[in-house]
Design a protein around this ligand. Structure first.
Ligand code: SAH
Length: 263
């Protein structure tokens, strides 16, 4: 009899320890859709429409956990640039069970076809500022985690995003193609031409490829949605100021439409 009691006590202790560890690691019982951005304005409309259950803070990053359009989501603003966006993505994946990732935000249009307030759905992304500095100047090369230098988005998510965008804005204002990412706000007519010629890019921004790189390491399907705030040309700073908030809201609206269409 005494042995049976001892056995039961040990089992109960083990169960308690297990619960404590599960809570500390913050693991979620179900897969959630992660939604990430660089700036507050890029998630404001989502948070306005979401039913947020709670917020978790990890370092300086705030994760909003709840429901949006009937789906379980974690929404996070990670910050501007490749470092912060990669750090935020890794923190998101380490803390929550994320089944797919959507980046929402604004970008500069590359090439004549991509106009201000148009929408770009990335099919793939490339780091345009990765490479070697030589006596002849900068020479682009592929980062070490991808042979081609391009990170491919998930085709199902791309189709969902594209259809949602066409539904909202019409076919003329929606483009699918390559996004070029770098740690620079591009405001140069000559450099933006280079992005088109060298990488066949149709938009440029500062986070997409770094998020994509982390998604590849964690094997999480992802897509990047960007509404054009400017044309990345000589007047990009002024155009950006005028259109950033409207463009950010467009991208959020399309993310919500996309979530509604998701199974
Ligand atoms: N308010 C800041 C600009 C933020 S950086 C300033 O004036 O200093 C611009 C943000 O929008 C980044 O998150 C980037 O991903 C995106 N973006 C929009 N237009 C861009 C452009 N022309 N080049 C690079 N990133 C751009």
């Amino acid at each position: 009899m005494k042995k049976i009691w001892m056995f039961l006590v040990v089992i109960v202790c083990l169960l308690c320890v297990n619960c404590v560890f599960a809570q500390e690691s913050g693991s979620e019982p179900t897969g959630r859709i992660g939604i990430i951005s660089a700036m507050d304005t890029e998630i404001d409309l989502l948070l306005l429409n979401a039913d947020i259950d709670h917020e978790d803070q990890v370092g300086g990053i705030v994760f909003h956990v709840g429901k949006l359009c009937g789906k379980d989501v974690v929404i996070v603003k990670a910050g501007i640039g490749k470092v912060l966006s990669a750090a935020g993505t890794a923190a998101l994946f380490n803390r929550y069970d994320i089944s797919s990732l959507i980046f929402t935000g604004v970008a500069g249009g590359v090439g004549a076809a991509t106009k201000v307030l148009d929408m770009v759905i990335a099919t793939d992304l490339v780091q345009h500022d990765f490479g070697r500095i030589t006596d002849e100047g900068f020479v682009w090369s592929s980062p070490y985690d991808t042979a081609s230098g391009y990170y491919a988005c998930d085709e199902t998510l791309v189709d969902l995003a594209y259809n949602a965008a066409v539904d909202t804005l019409g076919e003329d204002k929606v483009h699918k193609g390559t996004i070029a990412t770098g740690d620079q706000f591009v405001a140069s007519a000559s450099y933006v031409k280079e992005l088109q010629d060298k990488f066949d890019a149709i938009a440029c921004e500062m986070e997409g490829a770094s998020v994509a790189s982390v998604c590849a390491i964690y094997n999480v399907p992802f897509v990047v949605l960007r509404a054009m705030s400017d044309k990345a040309d000589g007047v990009a700073h002024e155009t950006y100021e005028d259109f950033v908030d409207t463009a950010a809201d467009h991208s959020c609206t399309i993310v919500m439409k996309m979530l509604e269409a998701m199974k």
